[in-house]
Design a protein around this ligand. Structure first.
Ligand code: BTN
Length: 264
């Protein structure tokens, strides 16, 4: 396990707002005890161009991708959303936000656990065959620009048992056998996000971190099940697969799903 330097101020201070200042960016962090969904909470927030983070101890209606719910025990995990204004990212390159956030999460979490942390396309954070973290990004566009981006993150930190029908959740607690400091984890992530946003080659780092990036694996699309290997991820986020007949297949999010086979 590697150790990060603690150059950053991180404190919960009850539930007041704090500022987390990294070398790259400044984040206004707002703690709330309970809300329906931190993504929904931020949508109504009157931000004035600043980067805002809202962290909830509990969400009554936490949202996953599509119609899914997000299960998180009160006070145990990190459920938060981040409002960014990525003016320099054109709307047709919005997948870069997914790359930034997924890479920064992997690089942060690897300091807390012993295992390799990978990205299950497009943006689930996986350890072996288990989901440690989910990301829900909602961009608001004005013309060809991104007005702002609401990035919701659910990271399983100290929860010991999961009750929902999510197929394969895991927490840092389950992986290392002890609790982690959620505030430090959040501060480490924000700092790492600032670093990653300056990388010239984040797309390459994202691709190197892909889960099941080598070999043939089972998938399901509208036509049925098939085996394929990852041939690439396009700049706009489409997944390119090469099936066992050598045929290339290209998918947007939700057009194809991984078939999870449990080996542990
Ligand atoms: C997924 O994998 O389905 C995405 C899960 C995203 C969950 C987070 S928790 C904080 C934020 N608020 C929400 O309602 N959802 C996201």
């Amino acid at each position: 396990m590697r150790k990060m330097s603690d150059s950053l101020a991180y404190r919960r201070e009850g539930h007041r707002n704090i500022l987390i200042i990294t070398t790259k960016m400044q984040f206004k962090v707002i703690y709330v005890d309970e809300t329906d969904s931190t993504n929904r909470w931020l949508r109504d927030y009157p931000a004035e161009g600043e980067a805002v983070v809202v962290v909830a101890d509990y969400q009554t209606a936490g949202r996953g991708c599509g119609a899914n719910k997000w299960e998180s025990e009160r006070g145990k995990n990190l459920t938060f959303s981040l409002l960014l204004h990525p003016e320099l990212v054109p709307a047709n390159e919005q997948f870069r936000i997914t790359e930034w956030v997924s890479v920064a999460l992997c690089e942060t979490i690897e300091h807390y656990i012993y295992n390799k942390v990978e990205i299950k396309w497009p943006n689930d954070i996986y350890v072996e065959n288990r989901k440690l973290c989910g990301i829900l990004i909602e961009n608001r566009l004005t013309g060809s620009c991104i007005k702002d981006s609401i990035i919701g993150i659910g990271l399983n930190v100290n929860q010991q048992t999961f009750r929902s029908d999510a197929p394969n959740p895991v927490s840092i607690r389950q992986l290392v056998g002890k609790d982690s400091d959620r505030d430090k984890l959040l501060a480490d992530f924000l700092r790492q996000l600032g670093n990653v946003m300056e990388l010239p080659d984040v797309s390459e780092t994202y691709r190197q971190r892909l889960w099941r990036r080598e070999g043939m694996h089972p998938f399901r699309d509208a036509e049925g099940e098939f085996c394929a290997k990852i041939a690439g991820v396009e700049a706009d986020g489409h997944l390119v697969l090469e099936d066992s007949r050598g045929k290339e297949r290209k998918y947007a999010f939700k057009e194809v799903e991984w078939i999870l086979s449990f080996t542990n």
